[in-house]
Design a protein around this ligand. Structure first.
Ligand code: OAD
Length: 227
C-alpha cells in the first residue's frame, strides 16, 4: 500500500539544466502553448511541434539526475513511495526511482494515431515517420497536450486515497488535474508538504520547505528517514 505520494514538476529538473515553463524566461515565454502543446497546433504545423519536442528530447538526454532525484530514489528504497511526475524527462528513472507515473507523457516514447501502437521514440522524430507496427505515417510524441486527458488518473486517485503523506515538489500548481491533488489529499486526510523555490500562490499545504530542490528535497528525505 502506498504510504507517500510525491508529485513533481519542472522545478525538480531545473538544476539539471532543463528549463521550467512559467519562471522568467521559461519555455512558455519562448513558445506559444497553442502552437506547440495542443492537438490543434500539431494539426496546423506538425513540423514545428515535432521540432520543439526533438529539441527537448535532445536536451533531456544531455541532462543528468540531480541530488533531488537521487534523494527520492533513496526514500523509495526505504518506504512505500509512489512518484507521480508532470515531467516528460526521464531523470527520476535515471536517478534510480521505480514505477514512476508520467501523467503528461514521456519524451522517449511515441505512438501512432492510426493503430495506437506505443514505441520508443527515435532521438529525432519526423511527422511522417511510419509507425513500426502499421506503417502509416501517423506517429507523434507520447506527450499529453492541453485538451488531452493525463495518464494514470485512476491509479493516482487510488494511491491518494490510501496514503498518509502527499508531497508536491517543484510545481507551480497551475495545471489541473495535478494542481488539484493537494485538495484531494486533504479531503482524504493526508499530511500535505510543499518543497519549492517559492511558496505557490494560495498554497494550502500544511508544511512547507522553501529553497532549491537539490537542497530542500535531500534535507526533507533525511528528516523523514530519521522518523
Ligand atoms: P512550472 O514552470 O509551472 O513551475 C515550476 C515551479 O518550480 C515553480 O513554482 C518554480 O518556483 C519552481 N522551481 C523553479 N526552480 C526550482 C528549483 N531549482 N527547485 C525547486 N523549485 C523550483 O512547471 P510545472 O508546474 O511542472 O504540461 O508545469 C506543469 C505543466 O505545465 C507541465 O507539465 C507542462 C506545462 O504546461 C504540459 O506541457 C502538458
Amino acid at each position: 500500500m502506498t504510504e507517500i505520494v510525491i508529485l513533481t514538476g519542472a522545478g525538480i529538473s531545473a538544476e539539471s539544466g532543463l528549463g521550467t515553463f512559467r519562471d522568467e524566461g521559461g519555455l512558455w515565454a519562448q513558445h506559444r502553448i497553442e502552437d506547440v502543446a495542443t492537438p490543434e497546433g500539431f494539426a496546423r504545423n506538425p513540423q514545428l511541434v515535432t521540432d520543439f519536442y526533438n529539441a527537448r528530447r535532445a536536451q533531456a538526454r544531455e541532462a543528468a539526475p540531480n541530488a533531488a532525484h537521487l534523494a527520492l530514489a533513496k526514500l523509495q528504497a526505504a518506504r512505500d513511495v509512489l512518484i507521480v511526475t508532470q515531467n516528460v524527462d526521464d531523470l527520476h528513472r535515471r536517478g534510480g526511482a521505480e514505477g514512476v507515473l508520467h501523467m503528461h507523457g514521456r519524451l522517449d516514447r511515441a505512438f501512432c494515431t492510426s493503430c495506437d501502437h506505443h514505441f520508443d521514440a527515435p532521438l529525432v522524430m519526423a511527422p511522417d515517420d511510419p509507425c513500426p507496427a502499421c506503417r502509416q505515417p501517423t506517429t507523434r510524441p507520447d506527450i499529453v497536450w492541453f485538451g488531452e486527458i493525463p495518464h494514470h488518473m485512476a491509479r493516482i486517485e487510488r494511491a491518494l486515497s490510501e496514503a498518509s503523506i502527499f508531497v508536491s515538489i517543484g510545481t507551480s500548481g497551475n495545471v489541473y488535474p495535478a494542481a488539484g491533488f493537494v485538495q484531494a489529499a486533504q479531503a482524504y486526510g493526508l499530511h500535505t508538504v510543499e518543497l519549492n523555490m517559492e511558496p505557490t500562490q494560495g498554497s494550502v499545504f500544511a508544511e512547507r520547505h522553501v529553497g532549491p530542490a537539490t537542497e530542500v528535497v535531500p534535507a526533507w528525505v533525511d528528516q523523514v528517514l530519521r522518523g
